[in-house]
Unconditional design. Structure first.
Length: 600
């Protein structure tokens, strides 16, 4: 098979100096002899006995690393112990390469665990079969080691040091950050200091999840998913204005298209399962990229793939709707919420089932495809996709509506009690798949405190917020209070980056990520809705200036575009809204009605 070598599509990572760190716990450990255990599992099951710093080290009273004189290990007072342990805090979440500077005798063993929290008063190095640890065996004397073959994510490092025969001096144990080189070009400022902090940490979260491509988390699988990357790219357009990185990620995802019209679960990978709704998200993010970047090259080379996908989907339509595909390959996942995580009904369908979330995505995808094919001059295909979108939307409205509950059901063809979820209503609203009177009712239900529906998680809050902001006059206050409530909850619980779910590290049997790119979405909502800037034509050649003025008195900021920065400041005072906008000469804007009573 011929090997094709192509240029690297994104810049190489920038290596930084090791992060200053601090020893926050120390003592001795006793190991339970467990045959066949990995290093990570051994560390997880070691018995720890804490000691004060001076009882363990001599010649230094500094907890800080790096240390010029080093932390010199004194004679162990407990001769029954198997070794010494240290817990090291980097101060915040980091992503990079473990680095070690020490002096030791040959054969000294240093085991290195890493993680995101100390909920167990130790680093959780072994979680659900996953291993987050390595082992280093020392040579004689002073030595420096950086583990360049494994990029780590986390805040804490735990060292278990054993087979200590004589001298052991630790000068440094930390992470050298490896960062994708990007400049923060966007800006957002408001009188609400908490919003500003959420915006700042959102950018930090997103950046930590960018290396060769977007990643779900820099700690666990470090994988590229289309659903995750859509959230990430929308935020990145506003704060970084880096369109090439997003394009490289989407290109990579497209290479995983299989004959059934669905992408690999993540990329690059070979995985026995895929998530149908995530393939839909890939088509949506292609259309987003065209709108925000103004570039058509990514779309042009992806259109044959999009057509192949839509051909496969339309062949599986029945009664106007897309049937959920059958077989063990398909994980019918929508989000980590009850009844939406693929476990309701069956992982392997053997009967006809229609899923409202999948069909709402399908309707949005058909409309997005129509726009892309129209831009490419393929008007007949565009009209066909647009027409099919209307067919799907009408069928959604007819099949899934529950007159008694006055909301849409999630599933049809499922021999179980009805399932009702915020996400189902939000996606149908985003797809425009119900008449105006039902849409108004659904938005009202979404904002009710006791609506008895399964709540949306952080990952898909994007769709809930977008659905509610179709009527900002009524629901903007709810949306931005919800953002403040949930994202500040993470900050007040010590977050230096935003989590996978609001349960934090406790979720997924102790495997919840504390740095997840999909949770950067406040960046998008602050700039798209509070600043009020959204593109109307590709590349922001024209854009809408429509700030939400009902939830805060003023805001200012900057949005990068392919043609230059859009700079906005506005103030709501004495019932009037005034503002100033600076934009590139090639761009034009459409001001909203909020400025009619004031000056712009």
């Amino acid at each position: 098979k011929e090997t094709v070598i192509s240029h690297r599509p994104v810049p190489k990572l920038t290596m930084k100096e090791s992060v200053p760190a601090r020893i926050v716990a120390q003592g001795v450990f006793v190991r339970m002899k467990q045959n066949g255990y990995s290093t990570a599992r051994l560390m997880q099951t070691d018995y720890l006995s804490p000691l004060i710093f001076s009882a363990l080290f001599s010649g230094s009273d500094s907890y800080s690393l790096p240390s010029a004189q080093g932390c010199r290990l004194s004679d162990q007072s407990d001769k029954k112990a198997d070794g010494v342990y240290l817990v090291i805090d980097l101060g915040r979440e980091e992503a990079g390469y473990f680095t070690l500077d020490l002096a030791a005798c040959a054969g000294t063993i240093v085991e290195i665990g890493y993680g995101q929290h100390l909920d167990d008063l130790r680093v959780r190095s072994y979680v659900g079969g996953r291993n987050f640890a390595n082992r280093y065996i020392c040579k004689e004397g002073r030595q420096h080691f950086t583990h360049y073959t494994t990029r780590l994510g986390g805040r804490y490092i735990q060292l278990h040091i054993s087979n200590i025969r004589d001298v052991f001096v630790l000068y440094d144990a930390s992470i050298k950050p490896a960062e994708y080189p990007v400049t923060i070009k966007g800006a957002f400022s408001s009188p609400n200091a908490l919003w500003n902090k959420i915006y700042e940490v959102g950018i930090r979260t997103l950046h930590l999840c960018m290396h060769e491509h977007y990643e779900d988390t820099p700690w666990r699988e470090q994988a590229l998913y289309s659903m995750d990357s859509r959230n990430q790219a929308l935020c990145g357009y506003y704060c970084f204005g880096d369109y090439d990185f997003a394009a490289a990620s989407f290109d990579l995802l497209g290479k995983g298209l299989e004959q059934d019209g669905y992408l690999e679960l993540c990329a690059p990978a070979r995985v026995p399962i895929t998530i149908p709704s995530f393939s839909m998200a890939w088509i949506l993010e292609l259309a987003d990229h065209m709108l925000y970047s103004g570039a058509t090259d990514l779309v042009q080379r992806s259109l044959p793939l999009v057509k192949a996908m839509l051909d496969a989907y339309t062949a599986n339509q029945k009664e106007g709707l897309l049937l959920s595909p059958r077989g063990s390959r398909y994980w019918h996942f929508y989000e980590w919420a009850e009844g939406l995580d693929g476990r309701l009904g069956s992982h392997t369908l053997d009967t006809d089932r229609w899923d409202a979330p999948l069909n709402a995505f399908f309707a949005m995808v058909l409309e997005a495809a129509a726009r892309m094919f129209q831009t490419a001059g393929m008007d007949e295909l565009a009209r066909g996709y647009a027409g099919n979108a209307e067919t799907v939307k009408q069928a959604i409205n007819e099949r899934f509506w529950d007159e008694g509950e006055q909301v849409f059901q999630t599933y049809s063809g499922l021999d179980q009690p009805g399932h009702y979820a915020e996400l189902t209503q939000a996606l149908i609203l985003c797809a425009g798949a119900c008449p105006a009177e039902r849409a108004a009712l659904l938005r009202k239900r979404l904002a009710e405190p006791d609506h008895k529906m399964v709540e949306t998680t952080l990952s898909h809050s994007y769709y809930k917020f977008e659905a509610l902001l179709q009527d900002p006059g009524c629901y903007a206050s709810f949306v931005f209070q919800k953002i403040e409530q949930d994202w500040s909850y993470m900050l007040y619980h010590g977050a230096t980056s935003f989590w996978e779910t609001i349960k934090g590290s406790a979720d997924f049997d102790g495997g919840g990520s504390l740095c997840h790119g999909w949770s950067a979405i406040p960046v998008y909502f602050y700039q798209a809705y509070i600043l009020g800037i959204k593109p109307l034509e590709p590349g922001f050649r024209s854009f809408k200036l429509d700030p939400v003025v009902s939830v805060i008195d003023k805001a200012s900021g900057r949005v990068p575009t392919p043609y230059g920065d859009l700079i906005v400041q506005w103030e709501h005072k004495n019932g009037q809204v005034s503002g100033r906008v600076t934009h590139p000469a090639v761009s034009s804007y459409l001001p909203s009605d909020v400025f009619k009573s004031g000056a712009l």
